[in-house]
Design a binder for this molecule. Structure first.
Ligand code: CP
Ligand code: NVA
Length: 302
């Protein structure tokens, strides 16, 4: 693995290896003598807000012996129009790796190509691969290694967003059942489903069909970063897909609710559901640190 740009371009085996290393790094936290990033500086280039991703990468890079350098595009020449390929060629001569949160997936692809250094997608409009690695780690902690094989996973609401798309590619690569429940306007297009070509992914506009017998029920904000102007027009169509106690009464008995956070209570999830499932949800957040340390170590050692 040279870079982590999407879940799409990972194999099932690569995902399983990252998860295994993530579990190991979590168990050994504080006792780990191996410092694979010793002497390295990693740039964190962010064009969008972040709490979990920034803190987990800064902490993870430091714990692996490296130095994180946070760069907001508000302060960079990139924010004033310097091309990504020029920024990449400059940084590629100075730092050892880059973590990028931005809008266009092509910018992350171009950065990786022109910089020549390991590059990690820390969320684009297309995918959020680091989130899904942490979510799969959390699922394995609760239900056992590889437990997704025998369960139905649901994703409710704005299913064709960055987080939903990374879940779709995980379903394809690992072969699990993923039911996507949302308004017709938010479901993946036929063209997207053809590209995925994954018989274990189903789509429905019936929220009850989607959660019926599901063991993990995922959701995310209805309004992703950069879509703020769509708030009024989008929201009404999404309320039937809110993850609330009544909807969950149709899920499998020992179910968990996942949310990548930040959550908007009263919209995609109710306060009582979030609080009842807070252990899993905040474990997802914590596992960002461990899963990303696994990614960083794998990138520098391969
Ligand atoms: N889940 C997630 O990526 O959170 P942040 O936006 O806070 O980084
Ligand atoms: N889909 C959300 C995820 C936030 C972590 C967004 O892009 O804003």
């Amino acid at each position: 693995m040279k870079s982590l740009l999407t879940i799409e371009e990972l194999t099932g085996e690569e995902i399983r290896e990252l998860l295994e290393l993530g579990h190991r790094l979590k168990a050994e936290r504080g006792e780990h003598a191996h410092l694979p990033l010793k002497g390295q500086t990693w740039a964190l280039i962010f064009s969008k807000s972040s709490t979990r991703t920034r803190v987990s990468f800064e902490t993870g890079i430091y714990e692996l012996g490296g130095r994180p350098m946070f760069l907001s595009t508000r302060d960079m020449q990139l924010g004033r129009g310097e091309p990504i390929k020029d920024t990449a060629r400059v940084l590629g001569r100075m730092v050892h790796g880059a973590v990028i949160r931005t809008f266009s997936q092509q910018d992350v692809v171009d950065f990786a190509q022109f910089s020549g250094i390991p590059t990690i997608n820390a969320l684009t409009d297309q995918e959020h691969p680091c989130q899904i690695l942490a979510d799969l780690m959390t699922l394995e902690e609760i239900y056992g290694v590889g437990a997704w094989k025998d369960m139905k996973i649901a994703f409710m609401g704005d299913v064709d967003n960055n987080v939903g798309r990374s879940w779709m590619w995980a379903a394809k690569r690992l072969g699990f059942t993923l039911a996507l429940g949302g308004p017709a306007s938010a479901l993946p297009s036929d063209a997207t489903l053809r590209v995925l070509n994954c018989p274990t992914i189903t789509t429905t506009t019936d929220p009850y069909d989607a959660v019926k017998d599901a063991t993990v029920i995922n959701t995310d904000t209805w309004i992703s970063m950069g879509q703020e102007e769509q708030k009024g027009s989008k929201e009404q169509a999404f309320f039937p897909y809110q993850v609330n106690a009544e909807l969950l009464s149709h899920a499998a008995p020992r179910h968990s609710v996942f949310h990548c956070l930040p959550a908007y209570r009263g919209y995609e999830i109710t306060d009582d559901v979030l609080e009842a499932h807070s252990d899993a949800i905040f474990t997802q957040a914590e596992n960002r640190l461990h899963a990303q340390k696994a990614v960083l170590q794998t990138l520098v050692e391969s």
